[in-house]
Design a protein around this ligand. Structure first.
Ligand code: PLP
Length: 472
């Protein structure tokens, strides 16, 4: 069974239509397209949006959609090969990342993606908060460079312990935080230790900063302290990147005993620990069901803590608080200033408005309940329909389950066959900084439209695995 996207189909048809037209010609109206091709208004608007993004058409509100005057083929015909020479070999490797941010085609079930389904987003509360934010005095002026004071105070209170607002730097989301932190804390060419598996976006950032990502194995209780100590000794690394709470992709939560050990080991190595606390608000139970952040145990300025709000609120809430002390704080602030000045003030003020309203706690509670239901539904569908895949653990929150596949499975082919069958899953190899120890998948419960889709998604995945097994 193939689930070709109706949008992709319409795009292909319109491309052919445009080929036979002249610049400035008007395309059929949306209504005509809907009637002629039997598609919905959403499909038409997505298709036209894609063609506009490619520069093939221009849309004039009220007038219609027209074939663009600048042929989009110019880039193909012009000789731009000089750029290849000019750019040299400094490739930025984004494999695994663009797929994470691309919306799925129609009829395809996303058991992938790093963000909750749009139906779970507090869009109305965000719109109200943004409306209030832009009415604040000086909303469009330069904010205090390290962040709006109310927001810095809020982030500090969230971290707890003896952290104060002056320890917080507001940056443009978790990904930007990783990029700043890697660049600020480690010199190009040096090693950075990472859990394996780990978040591919962190690997990409580390590599873009010229760092060598060295894998430290983990088990169900998080990173293995014995191997962490050994890795520090062998590599001389001064940075360890980790997600101690609801780790992506495995869901592991570092035990309290290991938290103390990790801090002691990093201190002995004279190294920083970057704590990516991306899932702080994504617990399946009450907030206390996961340990407080690692930084709450740290009195030596060892931990640099990142708290991003994009998962719990919306991907476009590109706001994160980085808690960092000592000379590292000065370096990080300088890095942000040089690279991007500051985070847009209306966005910061929007977060202040939203987190200061009663919606914030209510939204977290609603998400927790949703996460518990979806996690259990996905685990149960996997046990029923895909028993060959072993669930690493059922975590107390987060968005994903990590699957160990039988060793003979061709992971890459399975992901592609699953896509053809109408379900997207994330290939395990992207999560390993070095050789993957075997075939794995990350499956996500939070991006699907509703719980029933999870079972259907697993069925489609199981059918793809079954077909591979039968083919041999
Ligand atoms: C572990 C982890 N850290 C950081 C990020 C970056 O997210 P954002 O930039 O939206 O905060 C992601 C996104 O998927 C993630 O999974």
């Amino acid at each position: 069974m193939k689930y070709d996207s109706s949008t992709a189909r319409l795009v292909a048809i319109l491309r052919r239509t445009i080929d036979g037209m002249r610049p400035g010609d008007r395309l059929p109206s949306s209504r005509e397209l809907m009637r002629a091709h039997g598609v919905s208004p959403v499909t038409v608007s997505r298709a036209l949006g894609q063609l506009a993004a490619e520069g093939l058409v221009v849309t004039r509100p009220g007038a219609g959609t027209f074939v663009a005057h600048t042929p989009a083929t110019r880039a193909e015909t012009a000789d731009l090969s000089w750029q290849t020479v000019a750019l040299g070999d400094r490739v930025v490797n984004d494999s695994g990342m663009s797929a994470m941010l691309t919306p799925p085609a129609d009829d395809v079930i996303p058991l992938s993606s790093g963000y909750p389904n749009s139906t779970l987003r507090p869009d109305r509360a965000l719109a109200n908060a943004a409306a209030r934010a832009v009415r604040r005095p000086d909303a469009w002026a330069i904010p205090p460079l390290a962040g709006v004071p109310e927001l810095r105070r809020w982030f500090a209170a969230e971290v707890g312990g003896d952290v104060t607002a002056s320890d917080v730097l507001v940056v443009g989301g978790g990904q930007a935080a990783l990029s700043h932190v890697f660049r600020a804390l480690a010199a190009p060419g040096t090693a950075v230790l990472v859990e394996t598996p780990t978040y591919p976006g962190a690997l990409a950032c580390a590599r873009a900063a010229g760092l060598r990502a060295t894998a430290v194995p983990m088990d169900q209780d998080g990173v293995r302290p014995d191997l962490l100590a050994e890795a520090f000794a062998i590599t001389g690394a001064r940075v360890f990147y980790c997600q101690p709470t609801l780790h992506n992709p495995t869901g592991a939560v570092l035990t309290m005993e290991r938290r103390e050990q990790v801090l002691a080991i990093a201190r002995a190595a004279g190294a920083f620990v970057i704590e990516d606390d991306y899932a702080r608000y994504l617990t399946a139970g009450p907030a206390g069901s996961v340990p407080p952040p690692l930084i709450a145990l740290d009195t030596h300025g060892t931990v640099v803590h990142i708290n991003s709000l994009s998962k719990i609120l919306a991907p476009s809430v590109r706001v994160a608080g980085v808690t960092v002390r000592g000379p590292a704080a000065r370096r990080l602030r300088a890095s942000q200033l040089v690279e991007s000045f500051f985070v847009a003030r209306p966005l910061q003020e929007t977060v202040v408005e939203l987190t200061g309203s009663s919606v914030w706690r209510r939204h977290i509670a609603a998400m927790s309940a949703e996460i518990a239901v979806r996690r259990d539904a996905l685990a149960s569908a996997l046990a029923t329909h895909l028993p060959a895949a072993r669930i690493h653990l059922v975590p107390p929150g987060g968005m994903h389950l990590w699957l160990h596949l039988p060793s003979q499975v061709d992971e890459e082919r399975l992901v592609e066959d699953a896509r053809q069958n109408g379900v997207l899953v994330s290939p395990g190899r992207f999560y390993h900084p070095s050789e993957p120890p075997g075939p794995h998948l990350r499956v996500t419960h939070i991006a699907a439209t509703h719980v029933a889709e999870l079972t259907e998604g697993v069925r489609r995945l199981a059918a793809a695995l079954e077909a591979q097994t039968t083919r041999g």
